[in-house]
Design a protein. Structure first.
Length: 279
């Protein structure tokens, strides 16, 4: 029986957390998703994730929350990471003394799935080499899982593509997060791994990476710190991975903040087209 994984890009701000609560269960049902993973590192109004945000995302229907470079932007999240390592993870290449875990397992339809979170190092914080850490995790957990997926939270497209190729045939899904811009390169790699460079975000399409366009423009025009004000009209970007002869069908799925809904059309096992339902 194929396992259908729905992955949601970076949640930007608490309005987007509420929007996810309104939309996610319906989207899961429409797609027949068996497992949903959400990157929540910007849920607390752009910088980090608080306990209340994590609880709301899980209540919305997420099975697992992944994080990124802003994982500890809110002080209260540390104990939650320690208490709920089965439901929320942070990048595995963070320092070992950081709270929480960098990978976990989930049981889905009788199959054990290894879920890994890693951070890139190109134009980002200096951390352990994510390729080395990925290799180490797969070796340490060899024989303990049936399928595996990775959220690679990274800036550079080249680093993400390299990770996809590095793990091709060894994990079933590699998706990128962090840039808040959805890419159109979803693919089944030669070894059978489902890949996309970046999921995008659950945030406003008409802002600047989820930030209100006014504060975003001032930041670059005046080179003066002006804060990041989350926009108030979110969309959601996601990647859907289903089962099939080569590991499955895939498509980019978008849920629009103004009532438009992008849904896959076509049969299981092939490339799914994307259609738009008008509001």
């Amino acid at each position: 029986m194929p396992i259908r994984i729905l992955a949601i890009g970076d949640i930007v701000g608490r309005r987007s957390v509420r929007y996810l609560g309104e939309q996610l269960r319906r989207l899961r049902d429409r797609l027949g998703a068996d497992f949903t993973v959400v990157n929540g590192e910007n849920a607390a109004d752009i910088h980090g994730i608080a306990v209340q945000d994590a609880e709301a995302i899980l209540e919305a229907g997420a099975d697992l929350i992944t994080l990124g470079n802003h994982a500890f932007g809110q002080r209260d999240i540390g104990h939650f990471l320690d208490d709920r390592p089965d439901r929320i993870i942070r990048p595995a290449n963070f320092p070992a003394l950081c709270p929480g875990a960098g990978w976990t397992f989930a049981d889905v339809h009788g199959r054990r799935m290894l879920c890994i979170n890693l951070s890139g190092t190109v134009h980002m914080d200096e951390l352990d080499n994510p390729f080395t850490v990925a290799e180490r995790i797969l070796a340490a957990e060899k024989g303990r899982y049936d399928i595996a997926m990775l959220d690679f939270h990274a800036e550079a497209t080249s680093e993400k593509m390299a990770m996809g190729r590095f793990l091709d045939g060894r994990v079933q899904v590699v998706f990128g997060t962090h840039t808040h811009v959805a890419t159109a390169d979803e693919a089944i790699l030669p070894g059978g791994t489902g890949y996309i460079t970046d999921l995008g975000m659950c945030g406003p399409a008409d802002g600047i990476l989820g930030v209100h366009d006014g504060s975003g423009r001032r930041r670059y025009r005046h080179r003066y710190p002006c804060g990041s004000v989350p926009h108030d009209d979110p969309d959601a970007h996601a990647f859907f991975r289903g089962g099939g002869s080569r590991g499955g069908a895939r498509c980019a799925v978008h849920v629009g903040g103004r009532g438009s809904l992008f849904l896959p059309a076509g049969g299981a096992g092939g490339v799914l087209s994307v259609v738009r339902r008008q509001p």
